[in-house]
Design a protein around this ligand. Structure first.
Ligand code: HEM
Length: 578
């Protein structure tokens, strides 16, 4: 044999030698994991999720296939909190109603500051020097500062912002005005489009794009006033470009790899700075005379003026830092509502029977053929429309709840999580927990009637004559034979009640506890308004209804926001005749 050639055993030796660190790492983490689950590990730290690459841990799997990786974690570990190794960092991932209820119930021991800062800096471009001011604020979000905090009152930025959210987004006056402004703006846009489109069928390339472009402008004017568009006519386009690049930026792909992603973020950042500059020149945000004015065209809703005033007292935050913070606010107000409204539309238009039922339900909410004649109180009480909205949120909200413990021994069942380590919980998996949700009756092929990965517009409705209706899992759920005996049940929309009963800690599109989404009431109103006003104004049909029914979610935004519809669904539409 040629002395220079490696024999087969030598190759094997090298391969084994090279693979050894991986297999040893996997075996070690697997053992630690098994011991941790059984509760026989020395530490009370949640068990690790096994991995094979030393120093990298679970980082690549989490970054490149977040949904697939976390689905397998939920499958393998169920409700056991787990530890993920991301390089030298570790974070926790939790699922299950009990764990979620624990974190929502213990808001005082937990903070959302760490990831909020990542979002401000990475996603919205806050300069690191400005972020330091946020970082230094260790006073919490409650009126009483946390023990040992020495943050001066004017620098309690998180508490002040939280207070603004509560008073202006959840308080009756602010919420009412924001909704009125939205109706006014949206109705103006609809009537312009309706004039353009007229009584003959017009074709548009995509239903979701149509909803998106009409809605963004109205939401943003309701929140930020009209001047932001006067100075940035392409704001909508710029915003959606930024939104589409966010998954990339947040996965830490460097600027040189995706220069367009960063250029798009910088463009949005500049847009907001230009608006702030103009607004400061035109209106003094601390003008006492404006104190009770709920909306004006320069700053928009009073919350935006209050935010500008808050920053006036903190000189260390630069104009760029202020712009990043308001860009985050504009993103929060648009990025989840609009994909959700888009999905509602796809499901409704793809089912002509559902379209007719929704139309019948919303008709009494309009006092004339004009979309602006809508009565919001009546509309938000329409059970079928609410159920469609709730079902869309159940299916598509994929935001990751994040918390960090600020106490030494935060307990999750028998496990203890370390302070300052991020805890993540996924809304998406909770909304697919087979143990908690009603999936309808069992079919003779063994499948459930309404699996949790499929849209069921009536999931959140209770019909008085159907004991198996309603969103939560029923004891002794009907079997096939019961299904036959239930065939005679006639479900009358007029008798249906919308409910989320039995889903505490399970149906959580708004998160929970003290950090629960402060835009939730507004978001529900806006989604109902978008659907009702557009259906009232136009007759809409898909050119390929079968393809529309198969629309899949774009999972790129998994863990970041609401999953938008993927692909295009061309439509034809015309003004509705009354
Ligand atoms: C479908 C629409 C929406 C969904 C699904 C949604 C969902 C969420 C979720 C899951 C959180 C985190 C809650 C937690 O950590 O427990 C959150 C936070 C937040 N949301 Fe929303 N949201 C929506 C619309 C809005 C709107 C319209 C606004 C503003 C007008 C808004 C403003 C905020 C803000 C400011 C926070 C941070 C609150 C804090 O940290 O205290 N959201 N949202």
């Amino acid at each position: 044999m040629d002395q220079g050639t490696l024999t087969t055993p030598s190759w094997l030796t090298i391969a084994v030698f090279l693979l050894l660190p991986f297999s040893l790492t996997y075996t070690a983490t697997l053992c630690l994991s098994a011991l941790g689950i059984r509760g026989t590990a020395i530490s009370e730290d949640p068990p690790p999720v096994p991995y094979c690459t030393p120093f990298v841990g679970n980082a690549l799997a989490l970054a490149f296939d977040t949904l697939g990786f976390l689905s397998s974690v939920v499958k393998d570990f169920g409700n056991v909190p787990v530890r993920l190794a991301l390089g030298s960092e570790k974070i926790y991932f939790i699922s299950g109603t009990e764990n979620l209820q624990t974190i929502f119930g213990k808001s005082r021991d937990l903070s959302t500051k760490a990831l909020a800062l990542v979002a401000l800096v990475s996603a919205h471009g806050m300069p690191p020097a400005d972020a330091k001011v946020y970082e230094a604020d260790n006073s919490g979000i409650h009126l009483k500062p946390l023990p040992r905090s020495s943050t001066p009152p004017e620098k309690r930025l998180r508490f002040i912002s939280h207070h603004h959210f509560q008073s202006e987004l959840l308080g009756e006056a602010g919420l009412g005005e924001l909704s009125r402004q939205f109706i006014r703006q949206f109705a103006t846009r609809i009537s312009e489009r309706s004039q353009e489109i007229g009584d003959q069928w017009s074709h548009l390339p995509d239903l979701y794009d149509f909803v998106k472009s009409e809605t963004f402008v109205a939401t943003t004017i309701a929140l930020c006033g009209e001047h932001i568009f006067k100075i940035n006519p392409n704001l909508a386009e710029d915003f959606w470009s930024h939104d589409s690049w966010l998954p990339c930026i947040l996965r830490k792909v460097p600027r040189w790899v995706v220069p367009r992603a960063f250029a798009s973020r910088d463009k949005n950042h500049e847009n907001i700075m230009k608006w702030h500059k103009l607004a400061r020149e035109l209106v003094d945000c601390s003008d006492e005379k404006l104190k009770d004015v709920l909306w004006e065209p320069v700053w928009g809703a009073r919350i935006m003026r209050k935010r500008a005033e808050m920053y006036k007292h903190v000189e260390e935050i630069s104009p760029a830092g202020r712009a990043a913070s308001d860009l985050g606010m504009i993103w929060a107000a648009n990025a989840n509502i609009i994909p959700s409204a888009g999905w509602c539309f796809i499901h409704i238009i793809a089912d002509p029977t559902l379209t007719a039922r929704i139309l019948e339900e919303i008709s009494p909410c309009f006092s004339s053929h004009l979309p602006e004649s809508v009565d919001l109180d009546k509309l938000s009480g329409c059970p079928l429309l609410q159920s469609v909205v709730a079902e869309v949120l159940r299916l598509n909200v994929a935001v990751m709840i994040n918390r960090t413990s600020i106490v030494p021994n935060f307990k999750l069942g028998k496990w203890t999580v370390q302070p300052d380590k991020i805890i993540l919980a996924s809304i998406y998996f909770s909304h697919r927990d087979k143990g908690c949700w009603n999936t309808g009756r069992k079919l003779d092929n063994g499948q459930q009637e309404h699996p949790l990965d499929k849209f069921w517009g009536e999931r959140f409705l209770e019909y008085p004559n159907d004991p198996y209706s309603g969103p939560s899992k029923k004891n002794g759920m009907a079997t096939f034979s019961e299904k036959l005996s239930n065939k005679s049940i006639v479900r009358n929309d007029k008798e249906a009640n919308f409910t989320t009963r039995g889903l505490k800690g399970v149906y959580i599109p708004w998160g929970g506890g003290a950090n629960m989404c402060p835009g939730r009431y507004y978001a529900k109103y806006e989604m109902c308004l978008v659907v009702a006003m557009l259906i009232w104004a136009f007759e809409i049909e898909f050119l390929d209804i079968e393809a529309a029914r198969k629309t899949k979610p774009n999972t790129a935004a998994f863990a970041i926001g609401t999953l938008a519809p993927a692909g295009k669904n061309p439509i034809r539409l015309r003004r509705r005749k009354f």
